[in-house]
Design a protein around this ligand. Structure first.
Ligand code: TTP
Length: 411
């Protein structure tokens, strides 16, 4: 069976981290999001087809043309926006009557979701299938209405009600393309696969559903990266030191340290923490739980980091505090630069997403800094503020507003 992975989206809500790359290659716990998707589909499929468009070269260069000996084919999305258009792009790769999985490339889920879906699809002799999960607040999701083991309808963003959410994991047969051809553009200007599913239901097709009880996250907004990072480190991390730890460093498991990394004396690391290869940690730094630090990073003297993602080739080298923050690749924090991660009034932190303020629901959220950023000394970054990729922030700047990419900001 083939798995179609949708990875053509622009990932605008994840700016600045997607300024120069597709969101599915962003690393969580030091591994690209799409690799978790592929690994969890792997036991059930013998071929992967990835639908690409935005910054596709970066994704193709990263994954190459096979995974565990199974071929990966890249297909450019046909003109138009939306998941239905993305799926339609693979029409010529699917034979008449063939069954195939379709999965959003930007979600985190585990194998059981796919196993359960396949099971209910076969058992119900269905024409299509999807995975659902119960949530108390469906305002960000599609509500899947069910009855007698089958789906009866899907309603996008039904408001603050509880029910089954559509998780973006499907099985289709080749006749889905016929229904996509009849799918009309939605209010938000996209061709949506949920509209296609409603057309299928209206014509009497049987759509099975599997209720998944495991962990799932839709990595649409920056703080979702922190949530998934925390989940993976909490549940999957195995203690293992492949680098060098100097005498006088304290490591409280589980901590994974990659080859070539040196942890210098006086560093105090409380797991779960994951550190990649060839990084230099310390001397005298404090790394607290749920932190992922990539390859070739430098975390220096008197630096405290907690609950954060630091991507490859980035540095917090002197007197920094990084809390509940995401730092992109090849970014440097000047000495004394501090991220604030808590409001004095203790209210949840709002972040500007596509021009609108959205409540992250988090009391603690620090900075979201893009790739190739140079931050000067003694910069103070307010909670939930973003710094665009390739920006230069001069010394002493107080970042109380988002900084766009490719700019120079001085006091
Ligand atoms: P979304 O998260 O809805 O869209 P996006 O990835 O463009 O992100 P944003 O809204 O922040 O700009 O997409 C859900 C999944 O479908 C995701 O895996 C990307 C994929 N997708 C496509 O492949 N093609 C598309 O045209 C769209 C809109 C999404």
């Amino acid at each position: 069976m083939k798995a179609i992975i949708l990875a053509a989206g622009k990932g605008e809500r994840l700016r600045p981290l997607t300024d120069d790359r597709p969101k599915v290659i962003l690393k969580v716990a030091n591994k690209p999001i799409i690799e978790y998707v592929i690994e969890n589909l792997d036991p059930f499929v013998d071929e992967f087809i990835i639908v690409v468009r935005y910054m596709k070269e970066k994704l193709i260069n990263l994954l190459g043309d096979e995974f565990h000996g199974k071929p990966i084919t890249y297909v450019e999305q046909v003109e138009g926006e939306g998941t239905a258009k993305a799926i339609y792009s693979v029409k010529d790769y699917i034979e008449e009557g063939e069954e195939f999985f379709v999965v959003n490339g930007d979600i985190y889920f585990e194998e059981d979701a796919v196993r359960g879906l396949l099971h209910v699809f076969k058992k119900n002799n269905a024409d299509a299938g999807l995975v659902v999960k119960k949530f108390d607040d469906l305002s960000q999701f599609g509500l899947v209405e069910v009855d007698g083991g089958l789906v009866r309808g899907i309603r996008e963003k039904p408001g603050k009600i509880s029910g089954f959410a559509n998780l973006g994991i499907y099985i289709f047969k080749s006749d889905v393309f016929r229904f996509i051809e009849k799918t009309e553009i939605s209010e938000r200007g996209e061709y949506e696969i949920t509209d296609t599913l409603n057309l299928m239901l209206a014509s009497g097709k049987r759509i099975a559903y599997y209720e998944y009880k495991g962990y799932w996250n839709d990595i649409g907004r920056p703080w979702n990266l922190l949530e998934v990072n925390e989940y993976i480190l909490k549940t999957k991390l195995k203690h293992g030191i492949r680098g060098k730890v100097e005498e006088g460093a304290v490591i409280i498991p589980p901590v994974e340290i990659g080859e070539g990394t040196v942890v210098r004396s006086g560093s105090y690391i409380i797991g779960p923490v994951k550190i990649g290869r060839n990084s230099i940690i310390g001397p005298n730094c404090f790394i607290r739980p749920y932190t992922s630090i990539g390859d070739n990073c430098h975390i220096g003297n008197a630096v405290e980091i907690k609950n954060s993602i630091i991507m490859d080739h980035s540095n917090a080298p002197h007197l920094n505090y990084v809390g509940d923050s995401i730092i992109g690749e090849n970014t440097n924090l000047g000495a004394g630069t501090i991220t604030a991660n808590l409001r004095h009034d203790n209210r949840t932190i709002k972040v500007e997403i596509k021009g609108k303020l959205e409540d992250s629901g988090r009391r603690k959220l620090g900075a979201i800094i893009g790739h190739n950023v140079k931050v000067g000394i003694n910069v103070t970054i307010y909670p939930g503020r973003k710094i665009g990729s390739n920006a230069f922030v001069g010394p002493g700047v107080i970042v109380d507003k988002n900084i766009p990419p490719n700019v120079l900001i001085v006091v």
